[in-house]
Design a protein around this ligand. Structure first.
Ligand SMILES: Cc1cc2nc3c(=O)[nH]c(=O)nc-3n(C[C@H](O)[C@H](O)[C@H](O)COP(=O)(O)OP(=O)(O)OC[C@H]3O[C@@H](n4cnc5c(N)ncnc54)[C@H](O)[C@@H]3O)c2cc1C
Length: 440
């Protein structure tokens, strides 16, 4: 009988295929009352409970051995205040749907990451970010939220009523409760002028402050085993939308960035020694391109190639030195790295567990194609970023524990105090939270 019950458990796995779990059940509440009912039922049965967004974290942060909640039926816009430029939405809404709905009201998110598949609650819970030296991660856009707690009660907090509690809940790693609704500070709808351009890495590093401070959004992708990068600048413009033609869009965005890239990755996986030559071939295909489009469409791109990723938030002042060390380490340790390294910039914030807490930040992301061993490379990168006090992205692979993370977060113990208050029995706990927050 026990064997039958285990066999009937549903299986859930994340997008990258790096983690899977078999929850007791997967439930899709469609109202706040139904969320409360799932939490109460879990408590009555002595089970743990965890919300999974759309599984776009590379870690096991969303895994559970208890009840899993999916909020794909709880994804509507509840209220838009166009005068105040705020919107209150149900937590399961995806960034993509949010962008479409906000645009109907003449509004937009001030910044976003480079995909739009995530749920808003999943994105803020791991401090998902885009790029822009004056802009915080997505969680900094949240000015209020409501959350179902372990005892079934509803907590509401806002920047006006309880900024300190909001500073814990905005990047909560799913450890504090089920976020039910969030209120976002938005901007009037705006277009971005986006310019992609191949450059030399050394030239970019020499001009880094001018590039980062001179553009609302600046980032670059460096291709290991070459000295070339593709840089991207996005700046607000009053110009009307001017996209590439459909055929050209397909060529640039899908074929070069995804399908053709996928083919190159598969060749590299089959013949690892060819990777440096494949990278040199790829950078020859890079070209300058320019579009003007709505901010939401410029921020997000499809991602058809699957990979494993680690990303570190380091002090912005350490960016040039750290990238130099990364480059030297890849050569010295003879890592064969087919995926470009992505470098972005984010403003400091005051959120307790934000990797950008208290310091202007440079994010360095490293990737390995699905099915290839990532650990030796990621561990070497982690040693370099850790030496400058790097903090890992909560949704991306890393090898840290509560002991190594505590000294990197000035308000780590304040977060644990909030957790002890709202979830003393660890109803929302899981193995990942034991690792990064500790077992106590
Ligand atoms: C292809 C790809 C591209 C990416 N690009 C970026 C990027 O540009 N920038 C960046 O910073 N990150 C990026 N990420 C990482 C991604 O944004 C984060 O991992 C994000 O958390 C995923 O959101 P999700 O909805 O899938 O949440 P999940 O991964 O499913 O869950 C993440 C966490 O949120 C919690 N959670 C979800 N919903 C709730 C809720 N209602 N209440 C409480 N907790 C909740 C979960 O319990 C879990 O702890 C990328 C990931 C992929 C796979």
């Amino acid at each position: 009988m026990v064997r039958m019950a285990v066999a009937m458990r549903p299986r859930w796995s994340n997008w990258a295929g790096t983690y899977a779990c078999e929850p007791v059940s997967i439930e899709s509440p469609a109202s706040e009352d139904e969320i409360v009912a799932v939490v109460n039922a879990a408590r009555a049965a002595g089970q743990r409970v965890k919300v999974a967004g759309v599984g776009h974290s590379f870690t096991d942060i969303a895994c559970t051995d208890g009840r899993m909640i999916r909020l794909d039926r709880y994804d509507r816009v509840l209220d838009v205040d166009t005068a105040a430029a705020t919107a209150t939405v149900q937590a399961g809404i995806t960034i993509e749907k949010l962008g479409v709905e906000l645009a109907r009201h003449g509004l937009a998110q001030e910044n976003a990451g480079d995909i739009a598949y995530q749920s808003i609650a999943g994105a803020i819970s791991t401090a998902t970010h885009g790029t822009g030296a004056t802009l915080g991660n997505i969680a900094t856009q949240i000015v209020g939220l409501s959350m179902v707690l372990a005892d079934g009660s509803l907590l509401t907090c806002s920047a006006d009523t309880d900024p300190d509690l909001l500073a814990a809940c905005r990047v909560g790693l799913g450890a504090l409760g089920v976020i039910s609704t969030v209120t976002l500070r938005c901007l009037p709808l705006f277009n971005l002028h986006s310019v992609e351009q191949p450059r030399d890495l050394d030239e970019v590093l020499e001009q880094i402050d001018a590039l980062v401070d001179g553009n609302r959004h600046f980032e670059f992708f460096w291709f290991p085993h070459t000295d070339r990068v593709q840089s991207i600048t996005n700046n607000p413009t009053a110009e009307p939308i001017r996209t590439r033609g459909r055929a050209s869009t397909y060529l640039n965005d899908i074929l070069l960035e995804n399908s053709a890239f996928g083919l190159v990755c598969r060749i590299g996986r089959a013949r690892e020694r060819w990777i440096p030559a494949l990278n040199r071939f790829s950078v020859r295909l890079l070209s300058r391109s320019e579009v003007v489009d709505t901010s939401a469409r410029v921020f997000a791109n499809p991602r058809l190639v699957r990979f494993s990723e680690m990303e570190y938030a380091i002090p912005r002042a350490a960016a040039v030195e750290t990238i130099g060390e990364l480059r030297a380490m890849i050569a010295r340790r003879e890592h064969l790295v087919g995926f470009p390294v992505e470098v972005r910039f984010v403003a400091a914030d005051d959120i307790m567990l934000s990797p950008a807490h208290g310091r202007d930040t440079c994010y360095i992301a490293v990737h390995i194609f699905q099915g290839m061993s990532y650990e030796p490379y990621f561990r070497d990168v982690e040693a370099i970023t850790s030496a400058v006090g790097g903090r890992p992205h909560w949704g991306k692979l890393h090898f840290q524990s509560a002991d190594t993370l505590r000294p990197r977060y000035p308000r780590f113990d304040d977060f644990l105090a909030v957790r002890n208050r709202v979830d003393p029995e660890r109803r929302f706990g899981n193995a990942y939270l034991d690792q990064v927050l500790g077992r106590s």
